[in-house]
Design a binder for this molecule. Sequence first.
Ligand code: FMN
Length: 367
Amino acid sequence: MTKETRKRKAEHIKISLNQNIQAKTVTTGFEDIYFVHKALPEIDKQKINLSTTVFNHKFAAPLIVGAITGGTPEATKINLTVAEAVEELGLGMGVGSQRAAIEDKKLEKTFTIARKKAPTAFLIANIGGVQLVHGYGVKEVKKAIEMIDADAIAIHLNPLQEAVQPEGQTNFKGVLQKIGEIAMKLDKPVIVKETGAGIAAEEAKRLETLGVKGIDVSGAGGTSFAAVEYYRAKGRKNSFQRGLGDVFWDWGIPTAVSIVEVSQSTHISVIASGGIRDGVDMAKALALKANLTSLSQPILEVAVKGVKETKNALSLLIKELKNCMFLVGADSVQALQKKPLVIVGKTAEWLKTRGFNTETYAQRGMN
Ligand SMILES: Cc1cc2nc3c(=O)[nH]c(=O)nc-3n(C[C@H](O)[C@H](O)[C@H](O)COP(=O)(O)O)c2cc1C
C-alpha cells in the first residue's frame, strides 16, 4: 500500500470521529415505519430467544459490527477491541478493506488481530469490488479470507466514494462479472455490500443469479462517504472536490427502502446497515425481513474508548431490541419477522412507486 493510501485510511478514521459525517436531509426511512403495539404481548420477556442462524452460523443475537478499518496502527486497536467485544457477546464483525495488507504483508497484523481475539465469532473479510477490475481475482480474495480465517467475504461497492474523491477509481465496468467468477470459485459465502448508498432490487437479483449468498444493503441515512470526502477536500483546500462532497452528501437509497427492495426480490440473506442507531431500528429492519443488522460509525466511536465501552454499547442495542420484541409479542427473530408493520409517508410512497406492496406488511397476522 502506498503511503498515500495509508494516510487516506487514517484520515477516514479521524474525520469519522471528529466531524459530523451523518446524512443531513436523507433519512433511513425507519421513521416512517411503525410496529403495531401489543397491549397483550402474551409472552415472558425473560424467555425471548434472540439467537439466529445465518450463513450456517449461530449468532447470539442478529447483530454484527460492520466493516470499519485495517492497515494503520490505530486500526489494530480498533479491530482488537471490536473483536474482543463480539467474541464475548457471540456476535460477528467485518474488518475493513484488506487491500492494504494484500499489498504489504507487514500490515497483516492489523487484521489478523481480529481472529486472534475472536476465535469463534463470525468474521467477514473485505475487499473492494472495483479492485476486481483493476487486477484482483480469486487469488487475492482467497488471501483476504485466509488472512483472518474468515467465515465469509464481503465485496464492497463504493461508487459514490470513488466518484467524489480525487484519487477515486471510477471504472466499474465488469465488476458484476468478476463477482460472479469469485462466487463460483469460492467455498465461503460471498456477501456484496454497499457503503452507505444502498442496493436496489435490479442489482440484488443479478447478484443472486451469480451465486452471491448475502447482501449488506448499507443504505443512505447514516454515515455518508461523500461527507467524509467533503472534509478531506476541505482540509486540502480543494474547493471542487469539496463541492462534489457537498452536492452528493445525501445521495442514495434509504436503508429501509433498500431492505425491502432486496428482501422482496431475492431469497438470499440480507444484512441491514446504514444509519441503524438503536434496537428499535434493528427490530424494524428484521421485521422487514433482514436476517442480521449491522452498525459501523457508532461502534467506531466506542471502540476507541475500550472493550468495556464497546461491549456496553452492543449490549444496550440487544436490550433495546428485546424490549421492542416484547412490546410486539415476538419471542424469537422468526416471530418478529411475521409481526405487522405500518409503512407511511415518504417511504411508503417511494416503495409503491417502485412497485412494492407495502400493505402486506400491515396485514400480517390478520387472517
Ligand atoms: C471510518 C469508516 C471506514 C469504513 N471502511 C469500510 C471498508 O473498508 N469497507 C467497507 O465495506 N465498508 C467500510 N465502511 C462502511 C461501513 O461498513 C458501513 O457500510 C457504513 O458506515 C454505514 O453504516 P453506519 O451508518 O452504521 O456507519 C467504513 C465506515 C467508516 C465509518
